[in-house]
Design a protein around this ligand. Structure first.
Ligand code: CP
Ligand code: NVA
Length: 309
C-alpha cells in the first residue's frame, strides 16, 4: 500500500510508471462509455471514499469515473455531516472507521497537517486531492497531457509558468525536479515561492529559473501554464494581489514570446489571468487537460493499491 500525498516523496521511476500505465489504459478505452469497466477490472469490489473540504468539480468527477472504470465504486462524504468537524471526533477514530469500511481515501483539504495526521492513522492509502501546499494529482496528469500533445518526453521541452506561486506551481516544481525538465517561472517579486520551496529548489535543481519579467519567462516556451491569482480560501488582500499581477496576464502578446506551437494549459477554474482569446484559441488545450485527469487518477489509484504493472 502506498500513499499519494506529494510528488517529491515518490520516485521518478514510479511517477513514470503511472504515466505509462495511464497511456496504455487510455488507448484501450477508445470505444468505451464513461461507465464501462476496463477489461481487467483491477479494483473490482474496492471502495474509494472521497471527502472535499473545499470546492471541486474536476477532481470529484475524475476520481468518480476513475474508480468506476477500474471496477470499484466511490462514496463522497460531506465534511459538515461528519462528527470529525462538528462533534469533535478525532482524526484517529475517523481514520480507523475509514480504514475498516473503505479501501482508499481521497482528501481535499485546507490543512497539510490534517493530511499527515490521516496518513499516520489510516491503514489504507490516502491521496491528496489538493492541499494548501500542493496539487500532485493535477500536475502528474498535466505531465501526461504535455507529453501526449507534444509527443515528446517532458525533459525535451521548455515549460513556463506565469502567475501565482501557489499549490499547483509547487507540484510543478517538484515535477521539474523528478522528471528533470526546464521550468521558467514568471511572477511579481512579492509573490515569489516561499522560503521552503526556494530551499527545496536550491538543494535539488538547477533547471528552474524565476523571472520578474513575464516576457522572459514565456520566451521560447513549448508549454505555458497559468492558474488563478486568488486560490480557494486565499487569505490575502485580493484587490492588491490582483493589481500586482496585471502585467502577468496571458494574452496573445504574451503567447507571441513563446514558440509558435506553444500550448496553453490551466488546471481550471479560471479567473482573469488569461485572456478570452487565448483561452478559446487552438493553442489552449485546457479541455483535454481536464479530461485526462480521469486516466491519470486511475493509474494513481493502481499505484496506491500496488497494482501498477
Ligand atoms: N483543477 C481542479 O482540481 O479542479 P477542481 O477544483 O474543480 O477539482
Ligand atoms: N490554486 C487553485 C487550484 C484549484 C484547482 C486553488 O488552490 O484554488
Amino acid at each position: 500500500m502506498k500513499h499519494f500525498i506529494n510528488l517529491k516523496d515518490i520516485s521518478p521511476k514510479n511517477l513514470r510508471k503511472i504515466i505509462n500505465d495511464a497511456q496504455k489504459r487510455k488507448n484501450l478505452r477508445k470505444k468505451l462509455n464513461h461507465l464501462d469497466v476496463d477489461k481487467d477490472a483491477p479494483l473490482k469490489g474496492k471502495l474509494l471514499i472521497q471527502m472535499f473540504e473545499k470546492s471541486s468539480l474536476r477532481t470529484r468527477l475524475s476520481f468518480y469515473l476513475a474508480i468506476r472504470q477500474l471496477g470499484g465504486s466511490t462514496l463522497t462524504l460531506r465534511p459538515d455531516e461528519l462528527h470529525l468537524s462538528k462533534g469533535g471526533e478525532s482524526i484517529e477514530d475517523t481514520a480507523k472507521i475509514l480504514s475498516n469500511f473503505g479501501d482508499a481515501f481521497m482528501l481535499r483539504t485546507d490543512s497539510d497537517k490534517k493530511l499527515e495526521e490521516f496518513k499516520k492513522h489510516l491503514s489504507i492509502p490516502v491521496i491528496n486531492g489538493l492541499s494548501p501546499s500542493s496539487h500532485p494529482t493535477q500536475i502528474l496528469s498535466d505531465i501526461f497531457t504535455v507529453e501526449e500533445i507534444k509527443k515528446k518526453p517532458i525533459q525535451k521541452l521548455n515549460i513556463a509558468w506565469i502567475g501565482d506561486c501557489n499549490n499547483v506551481l509547487n507540484s510543478l516544481i517538484a515535477a521539474s525536479i523528478k522528471f528533470s525538465f526546464r521550468l521558467k517561472i514568471g511572477c511579481p517579486k512579492k509573490y515569489k515561492p516561499n522560503k521552503n520551496i526556494m530551499d527545496y529548489i536550491q538543494k535539488n535543481n538547477n533547471k528552474i529559473e524565476i523571472y520578474l519579467s513575464p516576457k522572459k519567462a514565456a520566451f521560447n516556451a513549448d508549454v505555458l501554464f497559468s492558474d488563478k491569482v486568488i486560490s480557494i480560501n486565499d487569505k490575502v488582500n485580493k484587490s492588491k494581489k490582483l493589481k500586482s499581477f496585471k502585467k502577468f496576464k496571458i494574452d496573445k502578446k504574451m503567447m507571441s514570446y513563446a514558440k509558435k506551437d506553444c500550448i496553453f494549459l490551466h488546471c481550471l477554474p479560471r479567473g482573469n489571468e488569461v485572456d478570452e482569446k487565448v483561452f478559446s484559441s487552438k493553442q489552449s488545450k485546457v479541455w483535454t487537460q481536464a479530461l485526462n485527469r480521469v486516466h491519470v487518477q486511475k493509474s494513481i489509484l493502481l499505484y496506491c493499491f500496488g497494482k501498477l504493472r
